[in-house]
Structures are given as C-alpha cells and as structure tokens.
Design a protein around this ligand. Structure first.
Ligand SMILES: C[S@@+](CC[C@H](N)C(=O)[O-])C[C@H]1O[C@@H](n2cnc3c(N)ncnc32)[C@H](O)[C@@H]1O
Length: 295
C-alpha cells in the first residue's frame, strides 16, 4: 500500500461512520436538507458521474440522472459498505484511491460530486485540480464544504469564546485533518482550478441540538429548504453546496480509455484475473471483490 505520495489522509478504514453518525446519530434533518440541495443543483443529466469520498454510498442513489456512477473513496471498507447497500450491478463501479491522484484519464466524466469530504483535505487545491482534469469541459461539479463563516462561529468569536476569526479566509483545522473553509477561499480555488461558479446553496441552517429537540424535523427541513436560496447572496450556514462548471469548450475529441495509472498516468492495462497491470510502469493494481484498488 501507499505506493504513491500524497498529503496526509483522514483514513476511514474500518470506521462505522455510516452507522454511528447517520443511521443512529439523529441526523435525519441534515440528511434530508442535503438531499434537497443535491436535487436542486444536480439537474443536468449525463452518462458518467464520479462521486469522490463516496463513503458508504449514503448519497449515491440521489443521482438518478446518470447512467453510471463511480464511487471513489480512500477506504476499502467504506466501499464494501457501499457495495452491501447498492450491490455490484453495472450501474456502480467501486474504486479505492485518493482524491489527489484520481486514477482516470482526463476529460472522462460528465459530473462529479464531493460531499462532506473536502473538509478532510489538507491540500484542497491539489484535489480540485485533479477533479477538473478528469471532467469534460462543460461538466458539472457539486461540492459541499464546511463553512467557517457560520453564524454560530461568528457569535462565539464576537463573544470571545472562540479564538479563530471566522471572517479570515485561511482554513481552520479544528481537529486533526478536519478543516472549515471560508466561502471566499473556496470560490478562489474553484476559479484557479478551472471552474466557473454557477450556484451556491446554504444548507443546515438549523443544525443546533436544542432546535432539533424543540421542533419537528419536518418543520426544520421546510424552513431550511427555503433558507437554502439565500446562499446566492450570503453564506452563513455550517454547510454550503456549490455547483460549478468545468471551463473550456464543450466540443472535444471523444475520450479514449478509462483508468489511468496513478503512478505513471499510463492508460493501457493488461486485464489479469484479479488485477490491472499498467503496461507503462509495470505496477499491478488489485481488483478485490469488485473494488479496483489504486493505492
Ligand atoms: C465524512 S465521510 C463522507 C462520506 C459521504 N460523502 C457522505 O456524505 O456520507 C468522508 C469520506 O471521505 C473519504 N476520504 C477522506 N480523505 C480522502 C481522500 N484523500 N481521498 C479519497 N477519499 C477520502 C473518507 O474515507 C470518507 O469515506
């Protein structure tokens, strides 16, 4: 393992994140408002979608407009959980790799999503450039990030209960490999990576335990659903969903190939029974029970 160098990775290998955080974690409100934001933003249909940091596939069935979905995650065990949930049919392809070295040829995908994942990336710029590389010009990219300039952080800062400044555009690492980002920084990185920002929705405005205890989930979801549109003007919620488009002319040569070796970028492979052999550098990448492992 670790045949490729990359910034440190927040490894979810063996984690029961899906069960503890989502299934048993009283997060119906967050889950439902995220589903609304995805539905609103990801309207453009397409063939092939890349879900980066797919985890256990919580969101995968929320992309009905795409014929095939590639679930990519660094953690093999998260992908196994996704497989248990979604099955091994042709619509889903499971790939274990890191977001800094996407194992695909350039200009391949019609869309990509990255939800609750960039907040684990120590070098978000590098990953965003990679996302742009594998997208076709005109393709869409749905990105969710944790917003440091949220109302709770602002109040805490103004009351002197928090040292870091939520208005400052540098990322804040509040726990190891857990970052909150400023909307301005995200917009700049998207621009530098070759994306044009199209829409912003603010999400999870009412993510406070006392509100979730005091009011029915249905009501909070309905209010959040309305408040999401304010993201076009200001971003003060803990989570922000952006939709960006890959810049460039949409008229392109059809892409040849699919996988690219993350070590040497070669795109020719020998298909062995349980692995792909890179014909350029000779690296062998395992295929374990339907999961392509490029790490
Ligand atoms: C908080 S979970 C989110 C999972 C899913 N997107 C969701 O919203 O339910 C973050 C996921 O990102 C993955 N991840 C973290 N760093 C990564 C990296 N550098 N490359 C690929 N996946 C990564 C983790 O393995 C984990 O499954």
């Amino acid at each position: 393992m670790n045949r490729i160098s990359h910034p440190p990775i927040c490894d979810y290998e063996g984690s029961d994140y899906q069960k503890v955080f989502w299934d048993q974690g009283a997060r119906d409100y967050e889950d439902q408002v995220e589903a609304i934001a995805i539905r609103r933003l990801l309207r453009q249909p397409g063939e092939l979608l890349l879900e980066i940091g797919a985890g256990a596939g919580r969101n995968t069935l929320r992309y009905p407009n795409f014929r095939q979905i590639v679930l990519l995650d660094y953690s093999i065990s998260q992908l196994e959980q996704a497989q248990n949930r979604l099955g091994q049919g042709v619509r889903f392809l499971y790939v274990a790799a890191d977001a800094y070295h996407l194992p695909f040829v350039a200009n391949l995908f019609d869309a990509a999503t990255m939800i609750r994942t960039i907040h684990h990336l120590a070098d978000p710029n590098l990953a965003l450039h990679e996302v742009r590389r594998v997208l076709k010009a005109g393709a869409v990219f749905l990105l969710e990030y944790a917003n440091k300039q949220n109302l709770k952080a602002i109040f805490r800062y103004l009351l002197g209960r928090q040292t870091w400044n939520p208005f400052d555009s540098t990322p804040i690492e509040f726990a190891e490999l857990n970052f909150d980002f400023h909307p301005k920084a995200i917009r700049q990185w998207l621009h530098k990576s070759g994306f044009i920002l199209k829409r912003q929705l603010t999400v999870s405005h009412f993510r406070l335990d006392f509100l979730k205890r005091a009011f029915p989930t249905k009501l909070l979801v309905a209010l959040d659903s309305l408040a999401q549109y304010t993201g076009a003007w200001w971003q003060l919620s803990p989570s922000v969903f952006t939709l960006a488009q890959a810049s460039g002319s949409a008229v392109q040569e059809p892409t040849k190939g699919f996988f690219a070796c993350p070590r040497c970028q070669g795109d020719q492979f020998d298909h062995l029974p349980n692995s792909l052999l890179c014909l350029k550098c000779g690296e062998k990448w395992e295929i374990r029970q339907g999961i392509y492992i490029f790490r």
